[in-house]
Design a protein around this ligand. Structure first.
Ligand code: HEM
Length: 181
């Protein structure tokens, strides 16, 4: 039994002893795709704070960083941390739609969130690394310009996929109880 599972057994005995095994019960708590989004968000949170601290230090030392690093810091924070976190929690917590998405207990078609994750995060990383090259004055060339545009397109595609999943899961009850709208 791993360290975390032991800790879980001590902290939350009701949760871990209800299921067939400790690991099965733990993995049932948050689906894999949501954990992927949320843990990625936490990595971005640390990166955002680290870059923020560097920017602050440079300003305090009288050598403010190029403005474009502030923009990348903002994107790491808002897209990397906030958007990934919101998607991870929403895919997990929004009402299930078992008729439309039978594959994974009503959550989503199996591959959809993984596509969204790859498109969104590949696009974000491409932007964060490519954009500073364009802030220096001489444009770095056509190929890089195409890749920068592509970084935006990838992120839009990733968000459309997740938007479509959550659109269908934002719905009223199929068989509402009396008095429920
Ligand atoms: C998730 C948390 C955070 C988010 C979403 C966030 C977001 C932003 C945004 C949108 C900007 C404006 C970027 C621009 O247009 O120039 C900014 C600037 C800045 N942030 Fe943060 N921030 C976060 C955390 C922090 C932390 C923890 C620090 C310091 C330790 C920090 C330090 C700074 C500094 C120094 C700037 C000015 C950068 C410049 O333009 O020179 N931020 N932040």
């Amino acid at each position: 039994m791993g360290r975390w599972q032991t800790a879980y057994r001590v902290c939350c005995p009701k949760i871990v002893t209800r299921g067939p095994s400790v690991s099965a019960a733990n993995s049932a708590l948050v689906p894999y795709e949501s954990r992927l989004f949320v843990k990625t968000a936490l990595v971005y949170l640390v990166l955002t704070f680290a870059l923020g601290a560097v920017l602050l230090g440079m300003t305090a030392a009288g050598h403010p960083a190029p403005y474009v690093l502030g923009i990348e810091h903002g994107h790491l924070g808002f897209v990397g941390w906030l958007v990934n976190l919101v998607i991870g929690v929403a895919l997990w917590m929004f009402p299930l739609d078992r008729e439309r998405f039978p594959d994974l207990g009503g959550r989503y078609p199996k591959a959809a969130p993984l596509w969204s994750y790859c498109l969104l995060n590949a696009g974000l990383l491409m932007r964060v690394f490519l954009e500073p090259w364009f802030a220096g004055g001489t444009p770095p060339g056509r190929l890089w310009a195409v890749l920068l545009v592509l970084s935006g397109v990838l992120q839009v595609a990733g968000i459309i996929i997740v938007g479509a999943i959550l659109w269908y899961r934002t719905r009223g009850p199929r068989r509402p109880a009396p008095g429920v709208r």
